[in-house]
Unconditional design. Structure first.
Ligand SMILES: NC(=O)c1ccc[n+]([C@@H]2O[C@H](COP(=O)([O-])OP(=O)(O)OC[C@H]3O[C@@H](n4cnc5c(N)ncnc54)[C@H](O)[C@@H]3O)[C@@H](O)[C@H]2O)c1
Length: 237
């Protein structure tokens, strides 16, 4: 499905990002993955250490990719963190850290890659939002703001990067609760409650999300842009 495509996936060292990266490799893409802490060595994935909050590192990384491959066809903005607390108890540094990583980090790389795709007259950008960005959630003001903000950026970039025959599609995927290391700090009781709140009575596996990302990245979705695809088993918060 992705033969000949050059794909960048941020936060590809584990969880959803790693699953997307492996699926893209299987589908024939040249996959360039970034990581921040968890170095990985996986066949077919070219890894770079890039802190998405560091604009200099991001610029150097994008320059390297363009020097080597001359283009980017797919960008998956997946890197993200949580740091949960009720608003009245929120540590301000933790508020800033989550916004800087999830929202500003997505901006930092897309600001560079989006116009390159536009000049090339083609590309697909998939931003990983969250069910929490759609409904909000108790104890996640920083995360909810970042993930709602990503939806706003998706709608804006879909319009901007389509200008001048840009032909760049920009969509978001909003996963429900997905079994990755990100959920390790969530008590089991709460996870069971979330499971019951889905219509399908299960939490997502990373491959449920990766399959949706693959669809949006591929030419099968060539007339889909400016959309938010909910992949949450029918859950509402
Ligand atoms: N797991 C869930 O329930 C769930 C639900 C909805 C949305 N999401 C979103 O999906 C994405 C992936 O989440 P996951 O569950 O796989 O989490 P994860 O913690 O397993 O992986 C997060 C990835 O982001 C990378 N990352 C974090 N900070 C970074 C930084 N400063 N620079 C570069 N990379 C950085 C990490 O290295 C890691 O590879 C995130 O954006 C998350 O918000 C997850």
């Amino acid at each position: 499905m992705l033969e000949g495509k050059i794909a960048i996936i941020t936060g590809a060292s584990r969880g959803i990002g790693l699953e997307v990266a492996k699926l893209f490799v299987k589908e024939g893409a040249k996959v360039i993955g970034t990581y921040n802490h968890n170095e990985k060595n996986i066949d077919g994935i070219e890894f770079y250490k890039v802190d998405i909050t560091n604009r200099e590192e991001v610029k150097k990384f994008v320059d390297n990719v363009i020097n080597k491959y001359k283009k980017v066809d797919i960008l998956v903005n997946n890197a993200g963190i949580t740091s949960d607390s009720l608003t009245k108890k929120m540590n301000d540094d933790n508020f800033d850290k989550v916004i800087n990583t999830n929202l500003t980090g997505t901006y930092n790389i897309t600001k560079l890659v989006g116009p390159i795709m536009q000049d090339n007259h083609g590309g697909s950008i998939i931003n990983i939002s969250s069910i929490v960005g759609i409904y909000g959630n108790i104890g996640q003001i920083n995360y909810a703001a970042s993930k709602s903000g990503i939806i706003g950026m998706t709608h804006t970039w879909a319009k901007e990067f389509a200008l001048k025959d840009g032909n760049v599609r920009v969509n978001a995927v909003a996963p429900g609760y997905t079994m990755t290391e990100m959920l390790e700090t969530v008590p089991e009781e709460l996870l069971n409650k979330f499971k019951d709140m889905t219509l399908l009575k299960r939490l997502a596996e990373p491959k449920d999300i990766a399959n949706a990302v693959l669809f949006l990245a591929s030419d099968n979705a060539s007339y889909i842009t400016d959309e938010v695809l909910n992949v949450n088993g029918g859950m509402k918060l």
